[in-house]
Design a protein around this ligand. Structure first.
Ligand code: XMP
Length: 323
């Protein structure tokens, strides 16, 4: 646990040391996997400061990103002075590879492998020898590093195939989330206060079959949860949770639309307080806010969703995400 680590963590010193290490490690073209999240953006900015002339930044639009996210990420990276940015539109490839895959670990493995394959394609195009990643400590600890059991194969770890030809460089490997956020503030990256988002994106928030239509429902529901919580927090009705989102469950239930029986999908709203994602407590949300979210979701994604539930499980025994 890194509770209180920010008191002793020196962001300036860490950046200076990382730049030196990256300069002495990377002697050829490097690709950085940038998802626009805090971790990969910090890794990209530090790598750019160290070896910007060798760095190729690749953003993969998997089709599992949040509403408007691709455009925001492209703008953010440009703002940070990253010049060599390639956006790979890969949604079709992901949906095809994930056809019929519903088991969470299998899903993560398929996503991780395709992610690496796409980078290999990009590597061939630019001749990169290194892959820089924004992996942080909880990613590999929870993926079964050392003596721990595998809880989840995190995107950047469990999916790595054995025949991978790129050399992996992970400058943030020993850091916890609060330290990465401190780095982001130090580097003046404005994603510092943004809530965490899993590498496999909305794919792990769409339980059961992954189709463009079901993922679109989750995207819309997540946007509603974010909007309503942020609005209520700005008004002082509630404290903004550490992480808050919606997931689509593989459960259908009977409801009514007008006079007609409907057999619709179920959305679960999840909101937690946490220091670093390693443990978490579910957030107590005012009923009025949950009610508004429920009405908005069932109205907006009419016909698809007819039930909204709220998750009151701490971590442990639950995890923050549902897959
Ligand atoms: P869990 O669900 O394991 O999540 O309690 C802990 C924190 O990690 C995020 N998460 C991920 N982050 N790649 C990531 O970079 C992943 O595959 C991944 N899975 C979960 C999750 O959103 C939470 O903040």
């Amino acid at each position: 646990m890194s509770t209180g680590a920010s008191e002793v963590f020196d962001a300036k010193e860490f950046v200076a040391e990382s730049i030196e290490t990256l300069k002495s490690t990377i002697d050829d073209i490097a690709i950085i996997a940038c998802s626009g999240g805090v971790d990969s953006t910090v890794a990209a900015v530090i790598a750019n400061q160290a070896v910007g002339n060798l760095l190729h930044c690749v953003y993969v639009d998997t089709g599992f990103m949040r509403k408007g996210e691709t455009e925001q990420i492209e703008a953010l990276l440009a703002e940070q002075g990253i010049k060599n940015l390639v956006t790979v539109k890969a949604a079709d490839r992901y949906f095809e590879a994930l056809q019929g895959v519903t088991e969470p670990e299998q899903k993560r493995k398929v996503i991780g492998e395709l992610f690496i394959r796409i980078f290999e394609d990009e590597q061939k195009k630019c001749g990169a020898k290194y892959l820089v990643q924004g992996t942080i400590a909880p990613d590999w600890i929870e993926s079964g590093g050392g003596v721990r059991d595998t809880i989840k194969s995190h995107h950047n770890v469990g999916g790595l195939p054995e025949d991978m030809t790129l050399e992996v460089v992970e400058p943030l490997r020993d850091l916890y989330k609060d330290e990465v956020r401190e780095l982001a503030r130090h580097l003046e990256i404005n994603v510092a206060e943004r809530q965490p988002f899993p590498g496999p994106g909305l794919a792990v928030r769409t339980l059961g079959e992954l189709t463009p239509a079901r993922v679109a429902v989750v995207r819309e529901a997540c946007a509603i949860v974010e909007e309503e919580f942020e609005h209520a927090a700005a008004e002082g009705t509630m404290e903004l949770p550490w992480q808050y989102f919606a997931a689509l469950l593989p459960v259908r239930s009977v409801g009514v639309h007008g006079d007609v029986r409907a057999y619709g999908e179920t959305i679960v709203v999840r909101a937690v307080q946490s220091m670093d994602g390693m443990s978490a407590r579910y957030s107590e949300i005012p009923h009025a806010v949950l009610q508004k979210i429920s009405t908005k979701i069932t109205n907006t994604v009419k016909g698809a969703v007819n039930r909204v539930v709220y998750d009151i499980t701490h971590k442990p025994p639950g995890t923050i995400e549902w897959e």
